[in-house]
Design a protein around this ligand. Structure first.
Ligand SMILES: [Zn+2]
Length: 145
């Protein structure tokens, strides 16, 4: 009974969100800035930081729930034109860390990220130094497994 309502609510949310802007790259960035200011406020007890942080968080929410998709798309495109390289670099860094953790948990395989095309490559462990060829872009690199 209760579960049914939760499911209905979920369906509604999915429908609503499919017509909203949601979390694009620019919103991730705005959220991060807001978070930094709020954290700074916690450490410095300076209410100005709370205020600035709150402005960014509100701005992010306004964009997340905005239905003017074309306008939000233009904003995000401008942001990606200037910051696209940084965003991709951060994503690449995150992927490398994720794969390092995955490699540590996996007893049999090591996971590498191709520096050329960001393809994840799985290599059996314990082979010492090996030359790896990326199956997607054919770039080769030497890694220690
Ligand atoms: Zn590659």
């Amino acid at each position: 009974m209760f579960k049914k309502y939760i499911n209905m609510f979920r369906e509604d949310m999915r429908y609503v969100m499919s017509r909203r802007c949601g979390l694009d790259e620019l919103n991730n960035f705005i959220m991060l800035i807001g978070f930094i200011f709020v954290t700074a406020a916690l450490f410095t007890h300076n209410w100005v930081f709370v205020l600035i942080g709150a402005v960014f968080v509100v701005l992010c929410y306004v964009r997340v729930f905005s239905t003017k998709l074309d306008k939000r798309k233009v904003e995000n495109d401008v942001y990606m034109r200037y910051m696209g390289r940084v965003v991709r670099l951060v994503d690449y860094g995150k992927l490398i860390v994720k794969m390092k953790v995955r490699s540590m948990k996996d007893a049999e395989y090591v996971y590498f990220v191709c520096s050329n095309c960001k393809q994840v490559i799985r290599v059996p462990k314990g082979k010492n130094k090996v030359s790896i060829r990326c199956p997607k872009c054919n770039a080769t690199f030497i890694k220690k497994t």
